[in-house]
Write a protein that binds this ligand. Structure first.
Ligand code: HEC
Ligand code: HEC
Length: 357
């Protein structure tokens, strides 16, 4: 027995071949194969990453909006977005060659921005100057200059013009209120037809105390269809909750999160849409021709009727081809029927609802 396994004569090639053959039969050599990372692993990693990013972004926005300064200090270090002051300062690099870092300009050539009545006075005139530029004699702080300044409306966005003006109005001892982006937009619209730079006389023809009528924010939502549902609030709900999975675009993330765009569940029967948000969904579901097998957490315990009406109305309007808003009463009604349901919906159950209303 024992010597059966022992190699016999090292010189005996026949025997050694036999042993090898026998061994091979019993333990087949492992084969080297190439297994690429399965695609779903990559997609899952991507989904988790983008969830993280979105979550971080939301947290950061919330923190910045909530507490200006103090509490958000550590988060503000993230390079995500400059403050208006930082942006304004960096845009001022465009102005500095002429108006100088001190804002004092150069005597006889470039007028001062410090204590200038054009900077401190009428916002409308100041914005007008920045948009179109200026040429010919102009008196600044009692001194007359006769040069030319280029217009910036084709070079700088409204946001950047607002930021640089805000910077100029709050630097070097200037202490005048901020100028907002929507005011730039309003003045730009008013003078859209004007092609040349201002003269001093043109500017003085703009009343010193002219008010700038800013277009109403497109939000409102109360006007045409929307009864009294607050779509802005709905948008905030969406950005606080649904966006992490259904994405800012509402297109979801195949094959993990289904889209809200082109979805009959969104634009169809309002009661079914409410039911989905109340109780969640589980198992395979086909949306816009593609199949998903995942689960959506129920929101019924977290969101009030009013909030569900807001978020569903926002989603239907934005991603559902402008489908009708959903009222808090409709949500209350659905909650009475389904609120106590312990389980999430399956596709079969959802399809049993009438498709439209
Ligand atoms: C190429 C040089 C140049 C640049 C760059 C320039 N300016 Fe001017 N700016 C002038 C001159 C010259 C005048 C006076 C024009 C005149 O005499 O008609 C002027 C006038 C002004 C005035 C009105 C007079 C005053 O001093 O209050 C303001 C405000 C102003 N500039 C702001 C800016 C801002 C903000 C920027 C950057 C976005 C900028 N300028 C960039 C040359 C420049
Ligand atoms: C944690 C991730 C997640 C969140 C948060 C989430 N959903 Fe979903 N949602 C899903 C998943 C996953 C499905 C599909 C479930 C399945 O595969 O059975 C789904 C399905 C849906 C559907 C039906 C299918 C479709 O795409 O039209 C609607 C409508 C919907 N969600 C709306 C919302 C709304 C509105 C919110 C916010 C209040 C929200 N969801 C929050 C993950 C989420």
């Amino acid at each position: 027995m024992s010597n059966h396994l022992e190699p016999k004569n090292s010189g005996d090639s026949d025997d050694s071949l036999k042993v090898t053959a026998a061994t091979k039969r019993e333990f087949p050599d492992p084969v080297e194969e190439n297994h690429p990372l399965p695609p779903y692993v990559l997609i899952l990693v991507g989904a988790v990453l983008s969830f993280g990013l979105v979550y971080f972004q939301m947290y950061q926005d919330g923190a910045n909006a909530g507490s200006k300064g103090s509490g958000a200090a550590s988060i503000e270090q993230a390079p995500a977005e400059q403050t208006v002051a930082e942006l304004g300062k960096s845009i001022y690099a465009n102005c500095q060659p002429c108006h100088q870092a001190s804002g004092l300009g150069i005597a006889g050539q470039f007028p001062t921005l410090v204590g200038s009545e054009w900077v401190s006075g009428s916002e409308k005139r100041l914005i007008a100057i920045l948009l179109k530029g200026l040429s010919g004699p102009i008196k600044v702080n009692g001194v007359t200059y006769n040069g030319a300044m280029p217009g910036w409306e084709k070079v700088l966005s409204n946001k950047k013009i607002a930021a640089v003006l805000t910077y100029v109005r709050s630097s070097w001892g200037n202490a005048y209120p901020e100028i907002t982006e929507d005011k730039i937009a309003a003045v730009k619209a008013e003078y859209a037809a004007k092609a040349d730079a201002w003269s001093e006389a043109d500017l003085l023809a703009i009343p010193e105390n002219a008010t700038i009528t800013v277009a109403a924010a497109p939000a409102a939502g109360s006007a045409p269809t929307g009864a009294a549902v607050d779509l802005e609030a709905g948008k905030a709900q969406y950005q606080g909750i649904c966006i992490a999975c259904h994405q800012p675009t509402g297109l979801g993330l195949f094959p993990v999160f289904p889209p809200l765009v082109n979805s009959d569940y969104v634009k169809g029967n309002p009661e079914r849409m409410i039911a989905i948000v109340l109780n969640g969904v589980i198992g395979p579901i086909t949306v816009d021709g593609k199949s998903y097998t995942n689960m959506m957490p129920a929101q019924g315990a977290v969101l009030t009727d009013v909030k569900i009406s807001q978020v569903t109305s926002y989603v239907r309007k934005t991603f559902g081809d402008g489908a009708s808003p959903i009222t808090p009463e409709q949500v209350a009604e659905a909650r009475k029927k389904y609120g106590t349901r312990p389980a999430s919906w399956t596709e079969a159950e959802l399809l049993a609802f009438p498709a439209a209303n």
